[in-house]
Write a protein that binds this ligand. Structure first.
Ligand code: NDP
Length: 481
């Protein structure tokens, strides 16, 4: 038996495959992989995003499983795609007029092999079990890549914060936490933000947890700076996605300075992506929300970004207002009849999808390539469809998949947890340096792993294989649990 890459020589890791006796070599690898994917689809009907995430990861792993049949014998793949625990619950709350509402709350505790469950909470009307399972599954591999001890989870609700008053959002957060508090804790599961969950929501959630438990612990990350939060946490995902792009460019002896960059979204990730791009001398030219996008060929400057931050974080307005304020910009509303997104049909060198899943389909990928884009760094989770990814991989552009490129957010959450445990606060420089070094290490690991497994330059394989190995080895060491 070949030694597992990076494995301990523990009793469990030595015994498990031998006790199983057979290495299940009956099916050729290709058929085995297809069988696992088909099995996941059959067991999880009506969850297309989860199927897509499983397919993308599992397809990358055949080479590892070929070299190390013990993972297959121990059914690591079958285990890793099954959540350890799924929690679903009713969230009843009252609006300002006294009307009653019922939403659904979720927490998917996917894998705790390398640390307590960790992952964001999403509030968006599109949230359902399948979407959160895809996000939790991705989170397992992403967290493994950060080099920090964090398992994978995700949660949220189909609650729509848009148009709600602060009091309504607070009542909803309190209602949700009145059930969620039973299932989380600083050594069990540490939620954070995601779409629709920013500093306001984290404050309300944390406050209710503290009240119910009567303890002040680091149970959530993304906290306010005066009550346990870390500097750079709000900036981390966007900054990290830009650092990752810069590292990819370095492999071609290039830098971001002077590059034209398409950015989607206008929330947390998009805003700090734009901020870091400006500071590195690049020219971000677009932003979007769920109603449409703006294109500003002159470039989004610091002054324009300040307007967006006020618009989105304080006034909670729509991106269309940007084009009314700045004459150099045009606004295009979303046209649901189109089978492509015109945002991605502009001349540029780099793209930073930072809104939501499946926002770049195969047609968009074709348009990006046609328009000379050769760097794509995914700030959002799974923003590119499998067809789109294949187009990028065929064209051999620098494509950084979300689970590597946007890992800076959860990595800095890990740094927030470390500071909470030590009851200290690091400076901005200290946290930013650590973030930068983590992104550099993630890039290096993905790059080297892709090379080692025979697909140089393929960061998708690099990220999936490196993340898998760390979690799979821990699962082998811990026995059949
Ligand atoms: P925000 O809620 O701050 O912003 C989300 C942005 O995306 C908004 O502009 C929103 O527009 C837009 N958007 C959301 N859903 C859709 C949709 N269905 N169609 C079109 N536009 C949409 O979220 P974040 O910036 O935090 O998250 C963005 C992405 O980054 C997500 O994929 C998230 O999972 C991922 N991510 C976030 C991390 C973090 O630290 N926050 C960490 C790692 C990944 P509108 O306001 O109109 O809804």
């Amino acid at each position: 038996m070949s030694k597992r890459p990076g494995a301990n020589d523990s009793l469990a890791s030595q015994k498990l495959p031998r006790e199983n006796g057979r290495f299940s070599k009956k099916l050729p690898m290709k058929d085995y992989i297809s069988e696992v994917i088909a099995g996941a689809k059959a067991r999880n009907p009506g969850e297309p995003e989860f199927h897509q995430a499983v397919e993308e990861v599992v397809e990358s792993l055949s080479l590892v499983l070929d070299r190390h049949p013990e993972y297959r014998a121990a059914k690591i793949l079958e285990r890793i795609i099954e959540p350890e625990r799924v929690i679903m619950f009713r969230v009843p709350w009252r609006d300002d007029e006294g009307n009653f509402h019922v939403n659904r709350g979720f927490r998917i505790q996917m894998n705790s092999a390398i640390g307590p469950y960790k992952g964001g909470m999403r509030f968006h009307p599109s949230v359902n079990l399948g979407i959160l399972k895809f996000l939790a599954f991705e989170q397992v591999f992403k967290n493994a890549l950060t080099t920090l001890p964090m398992g994978g989870a995700k949660g949220g609700s189909d609650f729509d914060p848009k148009g709600k008053s602060d009091f309504e959002v607070m009542r909803f957060c309190q209602a949700l936490m009145s059930e969620l508090f039973r299932h989380i804790g600083p050594d069990t599961d540490i939620p954070a933000g995601d779409i629709g969950v920013g500093s306001r929501e984290i404050g309300f959630l944390f406050g209710m947890y503290k009240r119910l438990r009567n303890e002040f612990t680091g149970v959530m990350t993304g906290k306010g700076l005066t009550w346990g939060g870390s500097v750079i946490r709000p900036e981390a995902t966007g900054y990290g996605a830009v650092y990752f792009a810069a590292e990819m460019l370095k492999t071609r002896k290039e830098e971001l300075e002077g590059k034209v960059c398409l950015v989607s979204g206008s929330g947390n990730v998009a805003q700090y992506t734009v901020e870091k791009l400006i500071s590195l001398g690049a020219r971000p030219v677009s932003l979007s929300d769920s109603d449409g996008f703006i294109y500003d060929e002159a470039g989004i400057t610091r002054e324009k970004l300040a307007f967006i931050m006020d618009l989105k974080n304080v006034r909670r307005g729509r991106i269309a207002e940007y084009a009314k304020k700045f004459r150099s910009a045009t606004y295009i509303a979303i046209d649901p009849k189109l089978d492509y997104n015109p945002l991605w049909d502009h001349k540029a060198q780099c793209a930073f999808p930072s809104a939501t899943q499946n926002e770049i389909n195969e047609n968009d990928a074709t348009n990006l390539l046609k328009n000379d884009v050769y760097v794509v760094s995914e700030g959002a989770n799974m923003p590119t469809t499998i067809g789109g990814i294949n187009r990028f991989l065929e064209a051999k552009i620098l494509f950084g998949p979300g689970k590597a490129a946007n890992a800076g957010g959860v990595a800095t959450s890990g740094l927030e947890m470390a500071q909470n445990s030590m009851r200290i606060s690091w400076t901005r420089e200290e946290v930013d340096n650590r973030l930068y070094n983590i992104m550099k290490t993630i890039h290096e690991v993905c790059y080297r792993t892709a090379e080692k497994y025979g697909t140089p330059g393929n960061y998708v394989n690099g990220a999936n294989i490196a993340g898998f190995l760390k979690v799979a080895n821990a699962m082998m060491d811990q026995g059949l649990v």
